[in-house]
Design a protein around this ligand. Structure first.
Ligand SMILES: *Cc1c(COP(=O)(O)O)cnc(C)c1O
Length: 437
């Protein structure tokens, strides 16, 4: 134990982890060897290597900045959308001092945190009012809890009874609200008449969900948002849409297929539209509901809102991200900077990797991820490492400084340049060079 603690390879972890924690982790590691039984006792270098690896893992227990070389832009496991420099500055300002979070600076009276990003959201989407909560799942929960009480019914197409991930399923959330789910149509085809037949005096909502992470193709039919709104208006029933990704721009400008935008849902007359802040919006984790004032007012009056309340740093980053949309400065949003990077630029960066780190460039396919457009690839450029043991390379890259996550394709380790910030190029090349020894 003492020999290990005095070893410079171990001692360098002390400033970060603290001596007590280092001692504890090494003690556990040594205990594993002692209980190893009949096997010959390992040599000191082997024990040292194992101890270093345990301490390295301990360094990653909190959040650690990592390089995303997977080519998946909205990688949920890697934190979805990175936020831009400008949004980050807004967050830092809000975090480091006081702010007008719940204070109206014009009147000098109490204000509402929920009003902070509302005007921007209304301007950008065309909605009458807006409300921001913790994430889109919370937004859907709040809507259902407010309108779909016990004894009421919510009508959903069978093609849209989705699981979003992390066990969040529309039918299960609905069940918690006490309302009854009324499924209509078939998995592949639902018509307006199906919804119409399902209406009863107990119907509370017509719910439309965006099947963002899967796709039904072939012999299909879905009811348009405007048609459903028509039915809702005739019957006096609110129409809600869980849009998920929440695109505010037409993705065709980036060579991707058309994705329904928030503005389109609002223009269709959908009464409440829910979407995420950290998917196609490219901002912080948040859930947004935009829609008709009377309905948003009812959401604001729900006591559950307090538990789903959005944090001030999120409001700061979200409002600043929305301002980038308002001023047309989309390149301030990392997601759109990455989507807009030309193949020439990516090829030039990959060429530098290839020259300096002894790798070769390769054409790759990047994906949006985050449950958006799961089938649509975006042409990209990467570097491919020559090593035959790709999973051993992947393990080393994950433990490097900075940790780098790539992908393995046809038995070779690949880093996709589209999701690697150009600012990280030097650091990644340094790590790649280290692999050559
Ligand atoms: C991603 C998604 C959600 C959940 O969004 P979070 O912000 O992660 O809570 C809800 N609905 C749909 C359709 C989604 O795609």
């Amino acid at each position: 134990m003492h020999r290990l603690l005095d070893d410079p390879l171990i001692a360098r972890f002390e400033p970060e982890l603290g001596r007590t924690r280092v001692k504890h982790l090494i003690g556990e590691e040594l205990a594993r060897y002692r209980s190893g039984g009949a096997e010959p006792a390992p040599e000191y270098p082997a024990i040292l290597r194992a101890a270093v690896s345990v301490l390295e893992a301990a360094r990653f227990e909190g959040l650690v900045r990592a390089v995303n070389g997977t080519g998946i832009l909205l990688h949920t496991n890697l934190g979805r959308a990175p936020i831009g420099e400008t949004a980050f500055e807004a967050m830092r300002d809000a975090a480091g001092g006081y702010s007008n979070l719940e204070y109206d600076l014009v009147s000098g009276r109490r204000g509402s945190r929920y009003a902070r990003a509302s005007a921007l959201l209304c301007d950008l989407t065309g909605a009458q009012d807006a409300l921001v909560v913790n994430n889109c799942a919370a937004a859907v929960l709040l809507v259902l809890d407010t309108f779909a009480r016990a004894g009421r019914e919510v009508v959903v197409s069978r093609g849209e009874l989705i699981e979003i991930g992390g066990g969040f399923r529309i039918p299960d959330v609905l069940e918690r609200s006490g309302a009854t789910l009324v499924e209509v149509g078939a998995t592949n085809k639902t018509y307006l008449a199906d919804y119409e037949r399902a209406l009863t005096p107990k119907t509370a909502l017509l719910l439309r969900t965006h099947p963002s992470n899967y796709r039904i193709t072939g012999f299909t039919h879905a009811v348009g948002g405007d048609e459903l709104v028509g039915l809702g208006r005739r019957a006096g029933i609110a129409v809600v849409e869980d849009l998920g990704s929440g695109a505010l721009v037409d993705l065709r400008a980036y060579g991707l297929p058309r994705e329904r935008t928030v503005q389109e849902a609002v223009a269709d007359g959908i009464d409440l539209v829910c979407f995420s802040g950290d998917k196609l919006l490219g901002g912080p984790q948040a859930g947004v509901v935009v829609g008709a004032s009377a309905y948003i007012a009812r959401l604001r009056a729900n006591p559950l809102l307090r538990a789903l309340r959005v944090d001030k740093l999120t409001i700061a980053a979200l409002a600043r991200t929305l301002r980038s949309y308002a001023s047309g400065a989309l390149s301030e949003i990392p997601l759109y900077a990455m989507l807009g990077a030309t193949l020439e630029v990516l090829r030039a960066r990959a060429g530098r990797y290839a020259r300096e780190a002894g790798t070769s460039t390769v054409e790759t396919a990047a994906y949006l991820g985050g449950g958006s457009l799961p089938e649509d690839a975006l042409p990209s450029i990467g570097v491919r490492l020559p090593h035959a043991n790709a999973s051993a390379v992947a393990a080393r890259m994950r433990r490097s400084n900075p940790p780098i996550v790539g992908r393995i394709d046809e038995g070779r380790y690949i880093l996709d340049l589209r999701t690697i910030a150009a600012d990280d190029d030097d650091a990644v090349i340094r790590v790649l060079n280290g692999l050559r020894d």
